[in-house]
Design a protein around this ligand. Structure first.
Ligand code: MG
Length: 391
């Protein structure tokens, strides 16, 4: 076959247009600050690109997913997790003829507000902030893209499209939603998020459940034998062994995990397509008022819950993980208490922020922005006697 034919583009794109209930630029509520249209890309592509170029996005490389960054080079970090979520979200969105640029943007931004040390870090910071409005990583993700990124002359934050911002805001208590205004409207009026945002939530679950199986096995904290009691895993390791009787080790694990991801994505597509057809939704407004439309079948939902229960008890509650999370909590509490009792320990820009936002929120912004290793270093700088002259 001549080279030109081999590389010729397909005659017709696989998907020619978006579904009528997808988010499009035409139905978007747009940006907070008016800007000229992008020259050679769409508005939601521009959002994705702004997120990738943000400081908060680069920090994800050194933030814990489950395993602390320095425990091994091959474990997922928040960055690789976010990229896996984006991959699944984009594929699912495209297959459902949804706006895959929007799904990708939401997925890449969904964990920007995470503290160092994963959920343990968030819980500790939330306790420290109990009397000052609390701390929640979804709200912090929105705060980062709306206010904290300092990149543009004309505005604070990234000035993202309304639908990207609303998609990032996954949870919000109704009382708090009232203070956030339009972007949190759905929590006040009990409306559903866009299908692209719903896809991201499920893509997040599929990504972390499966990569935590992989990382859990890699760490040795859980074993193949234990996992074979989980039906989703058992079925797919059996299928992998039947197809490739001689494989073992990492190759067997990968053949199993990739089958699990494929089964979950395939189920999600079938069940969501069924619900979309049955509900008769035709517009974005219909989606807001319909029950959740993106989801697993009842069987897969139960298998997914079983897998989550397993991971919770055997991995997240494993004593070696608990030792790490306990230490992480202490680091966050110590840092918060030190800055709270002596605000002059804060870098000058956060002292300035404290004047505007109040001291506790400025401390929370500073701590939430830290990577794992930065938090460990800062803790050492503040508490280790031998570091007293260190900067
Ligand atoms: Mg996530």
């Amino acid at each position: 076959m001549p080279l030109s034919e081999r590389f010729a583009p397909p005659l017709k794109p696989a998907v020619s247009e978006l579904a009528s209930y997808a988010v499009t630029e035409a139905v978007s509520r747009g940006r907070q600050f008016a800007e000229p249209r992008p020259k050679a890309r769409g508005e939601f592509q521009r959002d994705r690109d702004r997120i990738i170029h943000s400081t908060a996005f680069r920090r994800l490389e050194y933030k814990t997913q489950v395993f602390v960054n320095h425990e091994g080079d091959l474990f997922r970090t928040r960055l690789t997790h976010s990229i896996e979520v984006a991959q699944i979200a984009r594929s699912v969105a495209r297959a459902l003829r949804l706006n895959d640029d929007l799904a990708e943007a939401i997925a890449l931004a969904h964990d920007l507000g995470h503290t160092p040390f994963g959920h343990a870090g968030q819980d500790a910071l939330n306790e420290c902030m109990a009397e000052h409005g609390g701390f929640e990583h979804n709200l912090q993700s929105l705060r980062i893209v709306d206010q904290l990124e300092e990149r543009y002359g004309a505005f604070d934050g990234l000035n993202l499209m309304y639908e990207t911002r609303a998609g990032i805001l996954k949870h919000c208590a109704p009382d708090h939603a009232r203070t956030l205004g339009e972007v949190a409207r759905r929590f006040v009026e009990n409306l559903r998020p866009s299908l692209e945002a719903q896809v991201c939530n499920l893509a997040d679950e599929i990504a972390y459940n499966n990569h935590d199986v992989d990382d859990g096995l890699r760490s040795g904290l859980i074993s193949l034998e234990q996992l074979e009691a989980v039906s989703l895993f058992a079925r797919h390791i059996q299928a992998a062994r039947e197809e490739f009787p001689h494989i073992a080790g990492r190759r067997l694990i990968h053949e199993t995990v990739r089958r699990m991801i494929d089964a979950q994505v395939t189920d999600l597509l079938a069940e969501t397509s069924r619900r979309l057809a049955q509900s008769g939704v035709a517009t974005l407004q219909d989606v807001e008022r319909a029950p959740p439309l993106v989801g697993f079948s009842a069987t897969m939902a139960e298998e997914n819950r079983e897998l989550k229960r397993f991971l919770y008890h055997k991995l997240y509650r494993h004593y070696q993980v608990v030792r790490m999370t306990n230490k992480a909590r202490r680091i966050i509490r110590d840092l918060f208490a030190a800055f709270h009792s002596e605000p002059r320990l804060l870098p000058p820009q956060y002292q300035a922020r404290a004047e505007q936002e109040g001291l506790p929120r400025a401390i929370a912004d500073y701590i939430a922005g830290m990577t794992d290793r930065y938090a460990i270093k800062e803790h050492r700088r503040l508490f280790a006697v031998e570091e007293v002259y260190g900067g």
